[in-house]
Design a protein around this ligand. Structure first.
Ligand code: SAH
Ligand code: MG
Length: 196
């Protein structure tokens, strides 16, 4: 079951409340990736209210999506959204800090989508590498952080996040086992193919 009307409402509502759901051009790229890769299993770090997880389910043939959210209210909202919209059978919502949860996961993934605390991207990457299948893709959203990552003036508020995102970019571009493309779409999307 998929309730498109409720899905559209969820998107409008999330935007109105400034919940940072993936942007439309990022989604277009993700759709392309899903079509090409035809993944069996996807891990998402940062569910928020379930919008992107629902997109992964909607635009893949039959992928199972495990998705982690640290905020209990958002997790509960995501549960309700799946009730209303669908794909309950293909999306597993997990409540907790991804830093603690990921090491307990038993599955391997074809795609891992990082879209949570920017200062933890390198930790997420390290953990993701233990769970990714050979030739799998690690996608990271918000890597250009409104352009701050590419500018030399950053306000105190953004400085830590910028430092961590630059560290993440350095890791994915310098590691010989990885092939990375950084796209200036949405808030910046990094696509990294991992050769184990
Ligand atoms: N992927 C969602 C948006 C995620 S917003 C979409 O596009 O629809 C980022 C989310 O990551 C927030 O809801 C935040 O609570 C969550 N988050 C931040 N740090 C986290 C962590 N360490 N573990 C799990 N979730 C985290
Ligand atoms: Mg994002």
């Amino acid at each position: 079951m998929f309730n498109e009307e409720e899905f559209n409402k969820l998107k409008e509502n999330a935007l109105k409340r400034h919940i940072p759901i993936i942007m439309d051009d990022t989604l277009e790229k993700i759709k392309e990736v899903l079509k090409k890769e035809n993944p069996n299993r996807i891990l998402e770090i940062g569910t928020a209210v379930g919008y992107s997880a629902l997109c992964f389910a909607r635009y893949s043939e039959n992928a199972i999506i495990d998705t982690i959210e640290i905020d209990e209210e958002r997790y509960n909202e995501a549960i309700q959204n799946l009730e209303k919209i669908g794909f309950k059978d293909r999306i597993n919502l997990i409540l907790g800090n991804a830093v603690d949860i990921i090491p307990t996961l038993k599955n391997k993934y074809d795609i891992i989508f990082i879209d949570a605390a920017k200062s933890k991207y390198s930790i997420f990457l390290e953990e993701a590498l233990k769970l990714i299948n050979n030739n799998g893709l690690i996608l990271a959203d918000n890597v250009l952080y409104k352009g701050y990552v590419m500018s030399d003036y950053n306000k105190h508020k953004q400085r830590t996040a910028v430092r961590h995102l630059r560290e993440y970019i350095k890791e994915i571009t310098e590691n010989e086992k990885m092939e990375t493309e950084i796209l200036d779409i949405g808030d910046g999307l990094a696509i990294t193919r991992v050769k184990l």
